[in-house]
Design a protein around this ligand. Sequence first.
Ligand code: ZN
Length: 111
Amino acid sequence: MMNAERVKSKIRKNDLVQVISGREKGKSGKVLGVNTKTGRITVEKVNMVKRHTKPSQANPQGGILERELPLAYSNVLLMCAKCSRGVRHGHKMVGDKKIRVCKKCDTSLEA
Ligand SMILES: [Zn+2]
């Protein structure tokens, strides 16, 4: 079972993440949304699906619509700019602020 509190502290909107498993493995992108209820996150341009849509009022042309499908938390890691890959992260106090840091090189992972 995934603990909601833990999920909350892990990855946030606008973080850069890398996919570490599944068909999108190796891809990275910006987090567009986090759903703490389902434990899934949406990453920009990752896990795209094509939807064929009929013309409607909102989309008079109809046609093919592309959008991101959410991924499971466990499939992504925070991206470390220095390591240039997804990494496990720890926490560090800077002043009175708790920040997330790369476990390998200690670089801040805060955007
Ligand atoms: Zn690093």
